[in-house]
Structures are given as structure tokens and as C-alpha cells.
Write a protein that binds this ligand. Structure first.
Ligand code: ADP
Ligand code: MG
Length: 683
């Protein structure tokens, strides 16, 4: 019976596959394989060629070979621990098939006396006779055995044979799928269709053929579907009609003129982009991307000010208390006195919090700063017009969409990130938002000089910091946090601070994971006020905080970090106009590869470039912890090797957007490839 299947068949449960019961399906589910579609991407690692058969007299011992034999006689000893045997032969010789722990009935069925049976397995030689032990590949239909059989890295409990059978069945039953791509796109892939591509993907001889049409087409499908979903979200959010914000841009000029610097042209450009969005009747959903220290905060605060001027409230969320407080203090410093500014801090008393919540809902607060606590249900605004989220690259697409929905139609959304990432990734990860990029850093910045030092030369470093301290400068000393052993990290940070305290009495403070919020803030404030010189810490204050007087950062065990992370840490210094340095410490001499990586960091101060190089060296999953971010990793596509496919997909999406093409024909593609929770909203 031939059932006409459509794409939905691919989304059906594993149990709809013949031979897959609850047990196998549970084993697969443990590997996050939940549907037939998921199975398509578990690719063979290698194959065993069982296609050529041999005669018994020509058998080679210890090799996998295929023979066609006729069972002659059963020897079932009926004694525990003795195996069952079947004597078999062909016209050239004899072989024993030996079975441990097996039922006679089963053996009689698979090796019937007098019938021709094809059998494959590793041949042994035992007591002057060829022998095959527990053979798994046995059939009277030789064509089933005489093939190339794929080897997979399998879930425990599922045999190669069963797995091959499952895949064989799925490939055989692939539904006919209408082509979703345009002719022009298909031309890039020699016009190969989806079905044929899948079939080729699973052919043993095609293992590793990443450059072939079929592979490229399937990789493109993945990229394209991601971009298409992003585009749909963007369109959908743009369609939301909001109340335009009305403000006088001259007022922001008054704040700008009082700053002790002038804005860079990129800051002005991005501010204008945001202002334009605020004034339009489409909801803003924008990402402000700029390297560490590129000056995003002031851009954000100015757009917040404009929002307040048009009689709306603003919420600014930062990843840590300290950062929220720093933004809060900056706002207090630069905003006119009539603007009502609050900080919702985790450490405020219940009574104070309640007071703030009350004021928020009565619109007696114009702008509030805080951590994610700002987005709790009980925090209600009277007239929220803008949400700003700082340093939140860990927010995934669906979280952002939810946030935007929750904020309501009149509320614009601005996200900020100091993690410059390669363009292909930006398109993938942030393609649902409009993008404003600050590339150029304030020109009073001198690039941070970067050195590497082996740990045994710590005395050189001490000499160096002594000099810096005499010049009135401050120092960060970072002891890395290694997830697996928080205890060790903790004690090594303590030890280091003890060591430094002996050399620099009264000048060293320590921050670590167990420091309470109160103490932490006290220490950081002291450091800001230049009351001590060396701040030893684990990396808990990784992002965003601004200490203009600190100009040296020492990073111990630097090979524990990725380049982009090191670049971010380094970005904590060099924010003022002093010469600044970053010293990377290593436990042992650097390997060639490590040297290469560190040189990238020494040669460049451009976060975008560093991330691009880092990705080339380490792959994209690693670079910024995107693995944990909930961002789906591609199954075939690779942001490094398929760069051209990303560009092609972006072009095609633009075309579809410009020509307002109906995306109905992509429905199967989206349903198959993408993130169900979003699809329900847009398709
Ligand atoms: P980030 O983009 O990493 O969030 P910040 O907004 O914290 O950077 O800015 C870093 C530092 O640069 C702050 O001390 C800020 O006052 C300063 N700054 C911002 N813009 C300029 C500018 N145009 N010229 C000089 N300094 C600036
Ligand atoms: Mg910042």
C-alpha cells in the first residue's frame, strides 16, 4: 500500500515508524530526537561495505565479509553456557555459525536447513574451522545484506541494524514535498530538490561531502528558514501601530552640551536611528550593538530622556545590580532635576520596594533602573513607553518576542549588546530586530597594550604595577572562575589577594562569588572613589561597569577564556584617556595555536574582527556562550564554511520583503525547520 504523505508525516511521532516501540522511541528522545524529521539529521559517521561476497575458501580471518551459504545441520547442546551451532557450507567449504544466548526457534527461522542464506560479519578461525559468532546481518534476500551499511554513533540500546532499518524506511517513505525555493535560488544548487538531497545525504558514499549540491541546498534551507522566521517576527512587530512619541530634540542637546565629551558620529547616527523609531507609529524593536566602551549607555539614556519628554515611562534593565546602579547614577548626573529617577534594587527593604511599585503605577516615576526583577508580574507601569535592556545577548529570539508582546503596543524596545559578533551570526541571532551599530570608539581612547606573561614571572608584573600605582592608577586582577571547581577558584582568588596584600598593604580588596551584594557594592564604590588600588576578583563583574581610573587589567590563567571574552575583560580598562595595559598570565608556555589566538588579541582592538577570527579558530558554538543561550545550533549549516549561503539567504529574504511576496509556500519549510513556539504566532 502506498500512502501519499505530506510534510506533516515528518513531524509525526517516532512510534509511527514500523519497528519503533516505546523503548526505542524513549531512547531516541533522550538524544533529543522527537520526530521523524529529527532523525534525518543524525548522519552516518562511516560505513561498512558488505556489498561484495566471497566464497568460504577465500575468506580472510578478522575481516568483515559477506558469504552466501546453505545451513546443513543444527547442533543445539542444551547445556548451559554452551553455544548453539549451525553447520553451514557453500560449494567451496564449511563454516560454523555460533550463537550465544539465543533461542532455537529464532535460529531455525533465520537459518533454515537447505535454504540459501546470505550472511555478513567478522570471520574468525577456531579449531580449524571458519566461524561467525552471533551474526547480525542474515537474510534469504541477499540484496538486503549486500550493501554499504551505515555506521552511526548510536544511542546505547539501539543496534546499528535496527537503526539502519529505521532510516531506510524513512528515506523510502519520504513525502513528496513541493519545492519552496524560487528558480533563481535553486540554480545555485544545480536544481536539486529537497527529497533527492535528503536521499543523497544518507548515502554512505556521500559522507563528508559538504561541498556537494545536496549538502549545500539542505544547509541553505536551514539558514533560510531561520532568516525567514526572523523576518516574519520583524514584520509582525513593525505592524503594531503605536502612539507616536512627540518630543523636542533640542532638549536632548542641552544634556549633550553639558557632557564632558562630545558624541562620536556613530553615537549620533545611532541616536538618530532610535529617535526616528520612537517618533514613528511603528513599534521599535532594535538592537544597539557596539564594542565594549564604545559608549552605548549615553545613547540609551538620551533616547530614554526623549521618551520621558513625550510623557512616557522608561524601564532600564541591566544584568547586575552594580551595573543598574551605575546607569542610575549616570542618569541622575545628566538628566534635568525634574525627572523622577528610581532604582529598584534587590537589597531595598520590602517597604521601599512597595513604595516604588506604588509610584510606578501612579506614574510618579519617569525612569526606573533594575535587574530582571523589573519584569516580574507585580511590577506595573502606568504608561511604559520604552524598555532598554543592557548586555543581554543571552536573551533568545522567543524571549525577546515575549518581552515585546508583554510590554504592550506603545512600548518600544531597545536591546544593547557589547558582544560584537561576526555578521553571519548577527543575521542569525538578531535578524528579528533592526540593527544600530557603533563601530567607532571615542577618539580619546588609546588602544590597550596587551602582553602575555608566564606565571613564574609574576615578579615582573608586581614591579610593573608598583609603577602604575605610583602614578595614581588602579588595577584589576582577574582570577578566572572555572565552573567545575568553584571551591578551588574561590581559594585561589583568596590566596592571590593575600599575596598581593603583603606587597601592597591596605590597597587590595577581593570580590568573589560569595561576597554579599552589600559588601560588593561597598567595595566597588570604594574602588570607584580610588580608595584602594587593586581589585582582585573572579569574573563576576564581567560586563559593562565603568571605572575610568583603572588602566591595568591582569588576567590569570588566560587560556581559560575565549578571545571575545578576553576582549570584553580587557575592555574594562582603557576607558579614560590614560595609557592602559592588559597582561595575560599563563601557567605554562603557549602552544603554537594558543600563540596564534593571543596574537589576534594583541594585534587588534576591534571586537568585531576578534570575534570573526575567534570563530574561525574555535567554531561559533564556543565563542560567546551561545550554546547556552537557547539559540538553536544549525544541524548542517556552518557560519564559517557556509558564509556565502548566509549572504545568499539574506539577499533572498530582502527580495521577498521588497516584493512583498506571499510566504505561504514556505509554510512546510518553516514548520519543519523552525522553533514551534514562534511559528504558531506567525504562520
Ligand atoms: P559601553 O558601550 O561598553 O556600554 P559605556 O557607555 O559604558 O560603554 O561608555 C564607556 C565610557 O566611555 C564611559 O566612561 C563614557 O562616559 C565614555 N564615553 C562615552 N561616549 C564617549 C565619547 N563620545 N567620548 C568620550 N568618552 C565617551
Ligand atoms: Mg555598557
Amino acid at each position: 500500500m502506498d500512502i501519499k504523505r505530506n510534510y506533516e508525516y515528518l513531524l509525526s511521532d517516532l512510534k509511527s515508524i514500523k519497528g519503533v516501540g516505546l523503548k526505542t522511541s524513549n531512547l531516541l528522545k533522550r538524544k533529543k530526537i522527537n520526530s521523524i524529521f529529527d532523525l534525518l539529521w543524525k548522519l552516518p559517521k562511516s560505513y561498512t561495505d558488505r556489498s561484495l561476497s566471497s566464497k568460504i575458501k577465500d575468506l580472510k580471518v578478522n575481516e568483515v565479509q559477506t558469504i552466501t551459504i546453505i545451513p546443513q545441520k543444527y547442533l543445539f547442546p542444551r547445556v548451559r553456557n554452551l553455544p548453539n551451532r549451525v553447520l553451514c557450507r557453500d560449494e567451496t567449504g564449511e563454516i560454523d555459525c555460533v550463537f550465544f544466548n539465543s533461542y532455537e526457534g529464532y535460529i531455525r527461522k533465520i537459518l533454515p536447513i537447505g535454504k540459501e542464506v546470505t550472511i555478513s560479519g567478522k570471520i574468525k578461525y577456531f579449531r580449524n574451522k571458519y566461524q561467525l559468532t552471533n551474526p547480525k546481518y542474515i537474510s534469504e534476500d541477499s540484496s538486503i545484506i549486500k550493501q554499504k551499511h551505515n555506521n552511526y554513533s548510536l544511542t546505547e540500546g539501539i543496534s546499528e541494524k535496527v537503526y539502519n532499518k529505521i532510516i531506510f524506511q524513512i528515506i523510502k517513505n519520504l513525502p513528496q514535498i513541493d519545492e519552496w525555493h524560487s528558480k533563481d535560488i535553486l540554480k545555485n544548487f544545480g536544481n536539486i530538490g529537497w527529497n533527492d538531497s535528503i536521499k543523497k545525504l544518507h548515502k554512505p558514499e556521500n559522507i563528508g561531502k559538504f561541498k556537494e549540491n545536496f549538502y549545500q541546498r539542505l544547509a541553505f534551507d536551514e539558514i533560510f528558514s531561520t532568516f525567514l522566521v526572523n523576518s516574519e517576527i520583524r514584520k509582525k512587530i513593525k505592524k503594531v501601530k503605536k502612539t507616536k512619541k512627540k518630543f523636542d530634540v533640542k532638549k536632548q542637546g542641552e544634556i549633550i552640551s553639558k557632557l564632558d565629551f562630545s558624541l562620536t558620529s556613530d553615537q549620533t547616527k545611532t541616536l538618530n536611528e532610535i529617535n526616528k523609531d520612537l517618533c514613528s507609529d511603528n513599534k521599535m524593536f532594535r538592537l544597539l550593538q557596539g564594542d565594549v566602551g564604545s559608549g552605548k549607555t549615553i545613547v540609551a539614556l538620551l533616547s530614554a530622556f526623549n521618551t520621558i519628554s513625550s510623557d512616557f515611562q522608561v524601564a532600564v534593565m541591566a544584568p547586575t545590580e552594580i551595573l543598574a546602579r551605575q546607569h542610575f547614577l549616570l542618569a541622575k548626573k545628566i538628566y534635568p532635576k525634574n525627572i523622577k529617577i528610581e532604582l529598584l534594587s534587590g537589597k531595598s527593604s520590602y517597604k521601599d520596594k512597595k513604595k516604588i511599585l506604588n509610584k510606578l503605577i501612579k506614574k510618579e516615576i519617569d525612569i526606573i533602573f533594575g535587574t530582571h526583577a523589573l519584569f516580574q508580574k507585580k511590577v506595573e507601569f502606568k504608561k511604559l513607553g520604552l524598555i532598554i535592556i543592557d548586555e543581554q545577548h543571552k536573551f533568545g529570539v522567543s524571549q525577546r518576542k515575549k518581552l515585546s508582546d508583554k510590554a504592550g503596543k506603545d512600548c518600544d524596545v531597545l536591546l544593547m549588546t557589547a558582544t560584537p559578533i561576526p555578521r553571519t551570526l548577527t543575521m542569525t541571532i538578531y535578524g528579528d530586530m533592526d540593527l544600530s551599530i557603533i563601530r567607532e570608539k571615542p577618539n580619546n581612547r588609546k588602544p590597550v597594550k596587551t602582553y602575555s606573561k608566564i606565571e613564574s614571572k609574576i615578579e615582573d608584573i608586581i614591579k610593573f604595577i608598583k609603577k602604575e600605582i605610583q602614578l595614581g592608577n588602579q588595577i584589576f586582577w582577574v582570577c578566572p572562575l572555572i565552573e567545575e571547581s568553584k571551591k578551588i577558584d574561590h581559594s585561589s582568588a583568596i590566596k592571590k589577594s593575600e599575596y598581593l596584600k603583603k606587597i601592597f598593604p591596605n590597597e587590595v580588596y577581593l570580590l568573589h562569588g560569595k561576597t554579599t551584594i552589600e559588601v560588593k557594592e561597598e567595595i566597588l564604590n570604594k574602588f570607584l572613589r580610588n580608595e584602594f588600588k587593586i581589585l582582585v576578583s573572579t569574573t563576576i563583574i564581567e560586563v559593562g561597569i565603568d571605572f575610568p581610573n583603572a588602566n591595568v587589567i591582569i588576567i590569570e590563567n588566560a587560556n581559560k577564556f575565549g578571545l571575545s571574552q578576553l576582549h570584553q575583560l580587557r575592555g574594562r580598562v582603557g576607558r579614560g584617556n590614560k595609557e592602559s595595559s592588559c597582561i595575560l598570565m599563563f601557567k605554562s608556555n603557549l602552544s603554537e595555536n594558543a600563540k596564534k589566538r593571543i596574537n589576534i588579541l594583541k594585534d587588534s582592538n576591534d571586537g568585531f574582527k576578534i570575534s570573526e577570527e575567534d570563530m574561525k579558530l574555535r567554531g561559533f558554538g564556543d565563542i560567546l556562550g551561545f550554546k547556552q543561550s537557547g539559540i538553536k545550533n544549525f544541524k548542517l549549516a556552518d557560519p564559517i564554511h557556509n558564509h556565502n549561503l548566509f549572504i545568499l539567504a539574506e539577499k533572498e529574504i530582502k527580495r521577498i520583503e521588497n516584493e512583498k511576496e506571499d510566504i505561504g509556500r514556505f509554510k512546510p519549510l518553516i514548520k519543519l525547520y523552525d522553533r514551534a513556539d514562534i511559528i504558531n504566532d506567525i504562520a
